[in-house]
Write a protein that binds this ligand. Structure first.
Ligand SMILES: NC(=O)c1ccc[n+]([C@@H]2O[C@H](COP(=O)([O-])OP(=O)(O)OC[C@H]3O[C@@H](n4cnc5c(N)ncnc54)[C@H](OP(=O)(O)O)[C@@H]3O)[C@@H](O)[C@H]2O)c1
Length: 329
């Protein structure tokens, strides 16, 4: 049966302007790092994409290397797009990235023009698309001049292969430099994609100030710390969880007794707020209005529904924030 998107899909989602651009992103975006690869079930991936879109999630985030195997998440997305989503293409913001190891030899990773332009071509082919909405440099290359990496992003935009340019995992200083270089090339830097959660707060030091100064948006990834900030690992490691999977990126050794104690204390506050721990953690990571969107991952439709329901309760009392601070110290 052909997929028909829910008529009410724009009724509850909140859309936030990305920096000073014309582009709005949903408060909750969906990433395809895990659970959309060749090792996963196509039907589950498809069901998650449908449900996400029906709930107003208009932004799907990919990268050349997502899988496993690398490239297969783009292939899965391309397949579903072709089967069911193509008629909605203009309602969807699709991003991809290049920076991590993708193929053998000196041109298969980092930030050279040679690598970035070839990788974008490959990504477009895998997804069966003419353009992506956002093309990111996935990580700073310490050995390639920033002018070259930004030049490749600007070329991608000028050639119409990407509508916007973004950077990910860049420290604040290099973010400011990248934004200035791109601006001098006539292409604004739309967005920074940065890791951020209750368990990793590096962007609070100076990145958010830099993004505000450069009028860029901020999309935060792994806001649930890959599932740690949920009720999942409170007393054991469940089967089929990311920590239990051989190809997952979540290492079991991070789940210490001390972390479990913190999670249980956070869970108490979440319960008092009438939320799941996951919902509270997501709402918390958007408490600074400079955060445009939280970029979640999911392994089931139910998790996406649970996470989108944060929109019902995004506000925090000062006293709740103080209690959370004490636990995170
Ligand atoms: N730019 C970068 O360098 C970079 C790096 C990493 C990620 N990202 C992007 O960020 C996206 C999200 O990253 P992430 O997957 O680490 O995000 P996350 O939201 O922190 O973790 C997602 C995992 O948390 C669990 N989960 C989600 N909702 C839940 C709920 N309501 N209840 C219980 N468990 C729940 C699931 O784990 P189970 O699978 O165990 O069920 C899910 O796979 C990626 O897909 C990618 O697009 C970017």
């Amino acid at each position: 049966m052909v997929y028909q998107a829910d008529k009410n899909r724009y009724e509850t989602m909140q859309y936030n302007r990305c920096g000073r651009s014309g582009l709005k992103l949903p408060a909750v975006s969906l990433g395809l790092w895990h659970n959309f690869g060749g090792v996963d079930t196509l039907e589950n991936s498809r069901a998650m994409l449908y449900r996400a879109f029906d709930l107003g999630i208009t932004h799907f985030d990919l990268a050349n290397n997502y899988g496993p195997p690398p490239g297969s998440a783009e292939e899965t997305f391309g397949q579903i797009l072709k089967d069911d989503f193509l008629s909605y293409r203009d309602e969807i913001v699709i991003s991809t990235k290049a920076g991590y190891l993708m193929w053998d030899g000196p041109y298969g990773e980092w930030g050279s023009r040679k690598y970035l332009m070839a990788s974008l071509e490959q990504s477009l082919k895998r997804m069966g698309m003419d353009y992506v909405d956002i093309f990111y440099s996935h990580r700073l290359d310490p050995d390639t001049p920033l002018e070259e990496t930004m030049g490749a992003l600007a070329s991608a935009v000028k050639q119409g292969k990407a509508l916007y340019a973004g950077i990910s995992n860049y420290p604040a200083k290099e973010t400011a430099q990248a934004a200035d270089i791109l601006k001098s090339m006539g292409v604004p830097c739309l967005i920074h994609q940065a890791k951020y959660s209750m368990l990793n707060r590096w962007i609070e030091d100076d990145l958010l100030d830099t993004l505000e100064d450069k009028q860029m948006g901020c999309i935060v990834f792994s806001p649930l710390a890959q599932g740690l900030l949920t009720n999942k690992y409170l007393d054991h490691i469940p089967e089929n969880s990311r920590a239990a999977k051989p190809h997952g990126f979540l290492q079991t050794n991070v789940i210490t007794d001390q972390l479990r104690q913190q999670l249980n204390s956070l869970q108490e506050i979440a319960t008092q707020r009438g939320q799941s721990l996951a919902q509270m953690a997501l709402a918390w990571s958007m408490r600074d209005k400079r955060v445009t969107s939280v970029l979640i991952g999911a392994s089931s439709v139910g998790q996406i529904e649970d996470n989108v329901a944060i929109l019902d309760n995004m506000e925090f009392e000062k006293e709740e924030l103080n209690r959370i601070e004490k636990i995170l110290k």
